[in-house]
Design a protein around this ligand. Sequence first.
Ligand SMILES: NC(=O)c1ccc[n+]([C@@H]2O[C@H](COP(=O)([O-])OP(=O)(O)OC[C@H]3O[C@@H](n4cnc5c(N)ncnc54)[C@H](O)[C@@H]3O)[C@@H](O)[C@H]2O)c1
Length: 439
Amino acid sequence: MNIGVVGMGYVGCVSAACFAEMGHTVLGVDTNAAKIRLLARGISPIVEDRLSDIIAEQVLSGRLAVTTVLDHAVQQSDILFIAVGTPSHADGSLDFQQVEQVCLNIGAALKVKEEYVSIILRSTVLPGLAETVVIPLLEKYSGKKVGDGFGFALNPEFLREGNAVSDFYNPPKTVIGQVDELTGDRLQELYSSLSAPIFRIGLAESSMIKYTDNAFHALKVVFANEIGRLCKKFNIDSRIVMDVFCQDTKLNLSPIYLKPGFAFGGSCLPKDLRAITHHARQADVKVPLLESALTSNLEHIQFATDMVKKDHRTCIGILGISFKEGTDDLRESPVVDLAERLLNEGYSLSIYDENVLSARKRGANIDYLQRHTPYLDKLLADSVEEVLNKSQIVLIGNRNRAHHVVLSERSNGHHIIDLSGLNEHQHKNAEVHYEGLCW
Ligand SMILES: NC(=O)c1ccc[n+]([C@@H]2O[C@H](COP(=O)([O-])OP(=O)(O)OC[C@H]3O[C@@H](n4cnc5c(N)ncnc54)[C@H](O)[C@@H]3O)[C@@H](O)[C@H]2O)c1
C-alpha cells in the first residue's frame, strides 16, 4: 500500500518505519525541517530500541521517504495517518491545534485528489472530537463528504516508548473506529499479519478505549505505590505482596470487577477498605486513591438515585436487594442504601429478592432484617409479578437471572433501570422503556 504519515514524532516515526519494513511505500511528513533532514539521511530523530536500524535500512531501500510538503503525501497515499501531537493546555484541557491545522491542510489537498484516500487519526483525541471537529474540517476544506469522497477511521496507538517497535509488531489489540467500511477493510488488511485481535467499533468508543486504558494504567501505578508505601511503613515486603497479587489472574488481574454496573458492597469490601485506610491514617501514610474509593462508590449510588428521580413517577419496584446475585447477604448492600435514599425522598417501594425471601422463610436472616432494615422487611413482596403490579419504575438490583427472565416476559409499560450491568436482558415487549445505569 501507499501510506502517508503526518507527524514524525514518537508515534509517527515508529509507524512509518515499521510500515516500510512490512513492505509498504511510506512517505513521512513533518513541519519540523530539522527532523526531516535527519530522517532523509536515514537517521532517527528519536531514541527508541531498534528504530535507528530500521529507519536507516528503509530509507536506503527507498521504501521510506520524508518531506515537509503535506500535499505530496495526500496525493501519493491510499492511507494517510495523522500522528501529530495532542498535548495539554495549562488547565489540563486538550490542545487540539496541531490536529486542526493538519485537517485543514489535508482537506485542502483532498480537493484535487481523485482517488479515495482513507484518513486515519492515530493521535489520541477525546471522544466526540472526530465527529464534531476533525471530520467537519476535512469535509469543509475538501468539499467532499466522508464515506463518499474520502474515508475516515480512528486507530488509537497503544505503544509504550522504549518498547515501541516491539509493541508495534505485537500490540495488545488493534482498534479501528471506522466511519466507512472500505477504510475499516484497508486497516484490517494492513494489520492482518499482526497476531493481535482487531476490534472494529464506533468512533466514540474507540477514542474512549484509549483514555480508559491510560486511566487504568495510571490507576494501577498509583495503586501499587500506595500498597508499597503502606508495606514500607509496616515493614512488609511489597514485592512479595504484589508478586502474589499479580499471580491471581482469577480475581485480581482479570475481567472480574471491571464491568460497569452498580456500586460495590457486602460484608468485606467496604469494611476492609475502611480498616486499611484507617490503619494508614493512624500510621500517617497518605493513600488518597484508596481513600477515594468509598467516596466514589457513594457517588455511584447517588447517580442511580438521581436517575430514578428524573422519572417523575413514584412507585418503585426493586428486583434483587442483596449485595450481589447468588446470596441473601444484605450487609452493606448498595441496593439497600439506594432503597433507603428513595424511601427518604418519599417514594413507595416494593421489593423482591428470591434469595432474601427464601432465607427469610427459613428464618435465617430474619434477625438481620428486623434489626437493621425493619422498614425493608415490610416491603418484601412474594413474587416478581407482585412487584410489577405495584410499580411504575423497576430497578434491577443484581444479576439474578431469574429476575431478569420473569421481568422480560411480564413487564408492561414499566421504566426499567438495570443497575446490574448484566446486559443480557432482552425485552419482548417493545413498550418497555429500558435503561442501563452505565450505558
Ligand atoms: N508517545 C507515545 O508513547 C504515544 C503513545 C500512544 C499515543 N500517543 C499519541 O500519539 C500522538 C502523537 O504523539 P507523539 O508522542 O508522537 O507526539 P510528538 O510531539 O513526538 O510528535 C508530533 C509531531 O507532529 C509534528 N507536527 C505538528 N504539526 C504538524 C503539521 N501541521 N504537519 C506535520 N507535522 C506536524 C511535530 O513537528 C512533531 O514532530 C499524540 O496524540 C499522543 O497522545 C503517543
